[in-house]
Design a protein. Structure first.
Length: 445
């Protein structure tokens, strides 16, 4: 079994290179490599000029014409000096094929790099007798230029195993081009030089691919973070407005309560004063209802519906952690004890503390590793959230920004903990940041 697995691991890169490997999606190029089409060429169906493709076309044409010229010249010399005469002459179509074998793959490497490499390998192996006979070396100038470029394109678009298989097979193919050197095949300077050249091309392509992938993932994480921050800011602004309108409604209701008690005493049986007082109460009631509708309007979601779902608790903690992970955090969650039978206020406060801690990590340490531990110990609930330093700047002691500059997250945590009579510690921990809260489990909470 071990031998079989080892053999499979060794042959997998070869199989990927020959049969099963696929090219990944192409990465967007720099604008400098794709300038807009000039106005006088506006009738063409292209909006930009692909400078890389244009260079490949020009290079392929130059290599083809030069290679074909060299082969024709070699054939003329062979006819002139060969004692066999016409019997040693290759058909002209063979010369065209040999010249195209070293240039045509350049036209395919942008769209199908693996197919271009396979075509280059097979066609150049088939053209070895022609090139060897007419140019006196299996390595034509065109092949020395084309083959490393094709290997580079494979490395920029394919997985690491596929690139490794391509390099191994390319070195073996380079050795097979000159069978006359079979005794010292692997030690000849030409083979070692070709292997080194192809290795450099593969390593450069792999580094380019790794850098492009990292840039793409970074851009995606930044977009997710921006969306999360935008949604968080919108919710915080809605809550702030709702609190302000709530104060207005509370004022109206207080006035209504006072007038409802004072008007009967003031009217003393006079219907007119009583009617005026009731009309004033009605006006205040309508104003309070209007403000209440505004509160509900602020709390409606994007589809215009009022959120009537129950308040979240620790039962939705996994959903919260999954959201944080999708935004770019590496979250480790550990739950200890029975967390399902907690009082509603304790469960809600614990959820909000965990939510705010993850939001702070997304805002100030995106890409960091977050460790969250929530444990129930007799009559207390312990919450500890620690994050390592991410791409954001580490918070300083007393720095309110890390604790929630956009929504007063630290104040909200302290209010919830104080409401339950618990304790809260917030501050730097090593190179990161830590939030620790202890909530008493009060059954009537």
């Amino acid at each position: 079994m071990i031998l079989r697995d080892g053999l499979r691991q060794l042959t997998r890169p070869i199989i990927l290179a020959l049969v099963k490997g696929e090219s990944g999606p192409s990465f967007p190029r720099s604008r400098r490599l794709g300038p807009p089409m000039p106005a006088f060429l506006g009738l063409l169906p292209f909006r930009t000029i692909d400078l890389v493709l244009l260079a490949d076309i020009l290079l392929a044409w130059g290599l083809f014409s030069t290679g074909l010229s060299d082969l024709l010249e070699g054939q003329r010399r062979l006819v002139a000096f060969s004692p066999g005469g016409p019997a040693s002459v290759f058909p002209e179509a063979f010369l065209w094929f040999a010249a195209a074998a070293s240039s045509l793959p350049l036209l395919l490497r942008t769209w199908w790099p693996l197919a271009a490499w396979r075509l280059a390998t097979v066609s150049m192996l088939l053209s070895v007798p022609i090139v060897q006979t007419l140019v006196s070396t299996p390595y034509s100038v065109a092949a020395v230029i084309t083959y490393p470029l094709v290997v580079y394109s494979v490395a920029t678009r394919c997985e690491r195993e596929t690139t490794l298989g391509v390099w191994v097979l390319s070195v073996l193919a380079a050795g097979a081009l000159d069978p006359s050197r079979a005794p010292d095949l692997l030690w000849s300077p030409e083979i070692l030089g070709g292997a080194a050249l192809l290795a450099v091309a593969a390593i450069l392509g792999y580094n380019v691919r790794a850098r492009r992938l990292a840039a793409t993932r970074l851009a995606e994480e930044e977009q997710r973070s921006e969306r999360a921050l935008a949604g968080q800011a919108a919710l915080e602004e809605r809550a702030r407005i709702a609190r302000e309108l709530h104060d207005v409604v509370a004022h109206h209701m207080s006035v209504i309560a006072i007038q409802a008690e004072a008007i009967p005493l003031k009217a003393r049986g006079e219907p007119r004063q009583l009617e005026e007082g009731m009309a004033e109460i009605r006006t205040l009631s309508l104003a309070a209802m209007t403000e209440m509708r505004r509160v509900l309007g602020v709390l409606r979601d994007e589809d215009g519906r009022t959120d009537t779902a129950p308040q979240p608790g620790l039962g939705r903690l996994e959903e919260l952690v999954a959201t944080a992970r999708s935004a770019g955090l590496t979250v480790t969650l550990k739950l200890v004890g029975d967390l399902l039978g907690l009082p509603t206020a304790v469960s809600l406060s614990a959820y909000r503390i965990a939510q705010e801690s993850l939001s702070n990590a997304m805002r100030h340490a995106l890409g960091s590793a977050v460790s969250m531990r929530i444990a129930r110990s007799r009559a207390e609930l312990h919450i500890q959230v620690t994050n390592s330093a991410g791409r954001g700047s580490p918070a300083k002691p007393g720095h309110a920004g890390h604790a929630g500059h956009a929504g007063h997250g630290l104040i909200g945590m302290r209010e919830r903990v104080s409401m339950l009579g618990g304790s809260l510690w917030v501050g730097p921990a090593g190179t990161g940041f830590a939030v620790t809260a202890i909530l008493p489990i009060v059954e009537n909470a």
